[in-house]
Design a protein around this ligand. Structure first.
Ligand SMILES: NC(=O)c1ccc[n+]([C@@H]2O[C@H](COP(=O)([O-])OP(=O)(O)OC[C@H]3O[C@@H](n4cnc5c(N)ncnc54)[C@H](O)[C@@H]3O)[C@@H](O)[C@H]2O)c1
Length: 466
């Protein structure tokens, strides 16, 4: 720490001397970035009691409130309702009344008429969070609102489930961790992909040794979102494209990375150590905005989007594993999260799912009948046991229902949740660290240890104990 402070003084002095010589901006901003890269991993822990394995008394019927019922949150309302008597929807808030009304109409059609609705101002969600009849607040708002809403809800004694990514600055990741520890409340990031049939099958195999020693993975979020990004009505106040305008890095890391982190026992025996990030040039959004005909769209003719079309981030774990993580939401190509996993005994790649293992012909993937047999053998029990409910309720092929069901069911039974605030922070912090790496000329940036050293203790994921 002493060296770090000395360095900061040196930087301040250099910036001052630089300003006398007439090149203040460059000297100052360069040294500020180097300083941020050097300090990104430092602990901002407030030293609270760890919430690893946090259990609260069983809640036979979980009382749920929602902030944000746009595209994503309105789906969560339906899935919580699908949990029947295991949960009760108490209150719903959205700044746009047309959306609270949409959920109200849907619920009333199902015979649910005792829900309280909040709308009309940007901070009316606080009033809702102060109610004393809520156990869990589900947050599905634009990225910039996640942390203030999650922190406030926990401070009001509520458990929180927040959409992805949970946070996008290093400081905000620490805020979530520190608040969860101080209040001893759950803060779960709703990484639905961790509950996918294919992902849970791989998780089962990885943990039963089918892959041998895990060595590397490739994953990502490749989804052509251009139409949605430029739409004036799809996202509230066009929040998502503003991030592409302002920031370059991996803006949406957790759909690809969450499952891989679970295969690799991240924060449960291994840890993300450092990353290096590099983006391609930006071209697609600028070209598309130039050919846009709607002159009333504020992005009409806009150029200078900071986010490169493809972001590649390479992560190294403490145990030496590597993960290539991609982010591309602007190229005309099919959707993929890649979902590639390699070990000393087996290899999988997704889109489409293909598998091979030692002892087979490793120059080609397994034939369908062999693959199907393996898929059946290692199928996660929840996907076998709840097949009908999953098919009926769906949500990204069923993974959304499994996630919501598990969340509610763990509260019902007083069990620790499958994911904790450390997962939320370690997976989300990739965004600000990748931004720093890029600003620093693709420099390596070290990860903070949000667990305060507890990552070294191996512990089994709830999903593997069923
Ligand atoms: N896990 C997934 O598969 C998945 C899929 C889509 C979106 N998401 C995530 O869900 C979140 C929301 O995305 P979306 O697509 O639903 O966006 P959206 O714009 O459709 O919905 C956001 C909602 O938040 C409301 N809102 C904004 N500010 C508010 C405030 N101060 N108080 C109350 N309500 C407010 C808006 O009115 C809107 O209805 C994002 O974090 C996104 O990354 C996750």
């Amino acid at each position: 720490m002493a060296n770090f402070l000395k360095r900061r003084n040196f930087i301040k002095t250099s910036a001052f001397l630089g300003s006398l010589l007439g090149f203040p901006a460059i000297a100052h901003s360069k040294s500020t970035i180097e300083e941020k890269i050097d300090s990104a991993h430092l602990s901002l822990s407030k030293g609270g009691k760890s919430v690893i394995g946090l259990k609260v008394a069983p809640i036979p019927q979980v009382r749920v409130a929602f902030i944000g019922v746009g595209n994503r949150g309105s789906g969560h309302v339906k899935l919580v309702h699908a949990c029947g008597s295991k949960a009760k929807i108490v209150a719903i808030c959205d700044v746009q009344e047309r959306y609270t009304k949409r959920s109200k109409d849907w619920l009333e059609a199902k015979g649910v008429t005792d829900v309280k609705f909040y709308s009309g101002s940007l901070d009316v969600w606080k009033e809702m969070c102060r109610r004393d009849d809520i156990d869990l607040v589900i947050i599905s708002t634009p990225w910039e609102d996640h942390v203030p809403m999650a922190v406030y809800a926990m401070q009001q004694g509520k458990h929180v489930a927040v959409e992805v990514p949970a946070a996008y600055t290093v400081e905000d990741c620490w805020k979530l961790v520190n608040t969860a520890e101080k209040t001893q409340r759950n803060c779960l990031m709703m990484e639905n992909v961790c509950y996918g049939d294919e992902e849970l099958w791989l998780l089962n195999m990885a943990h039963q040794g089918v892959f041998g020693t895990l060595t590397y993975a490739e994953c990502g979020y490749v989804h052509d979102l251009r139409e949605l990004l430029f739409s004036k009505t799809e996202y509230y106040n066009m929040w998502r494209i503003r991030h592409n305008m302002e920031r370059d890095g991996n803006l949406y890391p957790t759909h690809g990375l969450g499952p891989v982190a679970q295969y690799m026992d991240i924060d449960r025996g291994d840890r993300f150590n450092h990353l290096v990030s590099m983006s391609s040039l930006e071209a697609s959004l600028s070209e598309d905005s130039n050919s846009m005909t709607d002159e009333t769209n504020e992005f009409h003719g806009k150029t200078g989007f900071k986010h490169g079309d493809m972001n590649n981030t390479l992560i190294k774990t403490v145990k030496g594993r590597t993960i290539l993580l991609q982010h591309d939401v602007v190229t005309a190509r099919p959707y993929s999260r890649i979902n590639m996993l390699a070990g000393t005994k087996a290899f999988h790649k997704g889109y489409p799912s293909q598998f091979t293992m030692k002892g087979k012909n490793s120059h080609s993937f397994m034939k369908k009948d062999e693959y199907d047999a393996l898929r059946e053998k290692y199928k996660h029990p929840i996907w076998a046991k709840m097949k009908e409910e999953i098919e009926r309720n769906g949500g990204h092929g069923g993974m959304d229902f499994v996630m919501i069901y598990r969340l509610i069911d763990c509260f019902n039974r007083g069990e620790a949740l499958d994911m904790d605030v450390y997962d939320a922070a370690s997976w989300s912090v990739v965004t600000p660290l990748s931004e720093l790496s890029i600003k620093g000329g693709n420099k390596p940036v070290k990860f903070p240890d949000f667990t305060g050293g507890k990552w070294q203790e191996s512990r089994t994921l709830g999903m593997l104990q069923m």
